[in-house]
Ligand binder design. Structure first.
Ligand SMILES: *[C@@H]1O[C@H](CO)[C@@H](O)[C@H](O)[C@H]1NC(C)=O
Ligand SMILES: *[C@@H]1O[C@H](CO)[C@@H](O)[C@H](O)[C@H]1NC(C)=O
Length: 253
């Protein structure tokens, strides 16, 4: 292997280790996130501490009827009053009554004043739901969030995860992976924060979340961010990462 190749490999290893370490990660079986008696408040910090991964570990172990429904409500709270928060469902498999189209299990987002309730079930996959073809003008600065995403400009998002006590039938499963990311105005921390969309100066996220295998920005076409803001990439220095590796990394989720 040539020195150049080796250097690239080392850089990639260092980068991917950082990428993995940079996320706070919690699962719904943890008492830190889900309590049967109270609504936990999860505080997002700055830089690599400004995002949270939420997943499940044993909820799909559900062949018997539970005594009660599983319901977990938590609040995502950002560190500064002026910041907001994005929620992006990376993947979701939850039961839906095909006759009534109602959710049997669901993930729900709302604001802390109870407004803008958004409920999700069925099958969702970020890579499929966030393609460029969902955006008529992929580089516009006022794109609507995709169907698997949610924006809370006040940064006090209330999330609920509900799984019915009814057992899973043969061939049914429950699974999900959510990413919450706080965003801030691009006026501050110019080196460390980049906009999701090239001309959008009010919503910047930590640069380390670009090309890390998780979708943080809620807009169509940004799948793992850089597609929405290609000119920013060359300034950030992360462009040595081969796209193929990143794509594969994303598929593994
Ligand atoms: C779906 O809803 C219908 C009508 O309420 C009900 O009869 C049926 O049992 C439901 N199916 C499931 C799988 O919950
Ligand atoms: C609720 O969400 C919709 C669409 O995402 C948005 O247009 C509207 O302004 C939101 N309402 C409030 C009170 O922010």
């Amino acid at each position: 292997m040539t020195t150049v190749n080796l250097n690239i490999l080392l850089l990639f290893l260092v980068f991917s280790m950082n990428a993995v370490l940079s996320y706070k990660s919690m699962h719904v079986e943890s008492g830190e996130l889900c309590s049967p008696i109270t609504k936990r408040k999860i505080k997002l910090g700055k830089h690599e501490d400004s995002a949270l991964l939420v997943s499940q570990k044993r909820l799909d172990d559900h062949s018997l009827k539970w005594k009660v429904d599983f319901k977990c409500t938590f609040e995502i709270d950002v560190s500064s009053h002026s910041d907001g928060v994005f929620a992006v469902i990376q993947k979701l498999i939850l039961r839906k009554n095909e006759t009534t189209n109602e959710c049997i299990d669901y993930i729900q987002f709302k604001r802390d004043d109870g407004s803008n309730i958004s409920r999700h079930c069925g099958y969702l996959n970020a890579e499929l739901s966030m393609g460029k073809h969902f955006a008529p003008y992929p580089f516009s600065s006022d794109l609507a969030p995709t169907g698997n995403s949610y924006i809370d400009p006040k940064g006090k998002l209330i999330a609920t995860i509900f799984v019915s006590r009814e057992p899973l039938l043969e061939g049914e499963e429950t699974d999900f992976l959510l990413v919450f990311t706080s965003y801030k105005s691009c006026m501050w921390n110019k080196q460390d924060y980049l906009p999701c969309l090239p001309h959008q100066t009010d919503k910047c996220i930590y640069v380390g979340f670009f090309h890390d295998g998780y979708v943080n920005c809620p807009y169509p076409g940004c799948v793992d961010e850089n597609e929405c803001s290609p000119e920013k990439l060359s300034e950030s220095g992360f462009k040595i990462l081969p796209t193929m590796i990143l794509k594969n990394q994303f598929r593994r989720i």
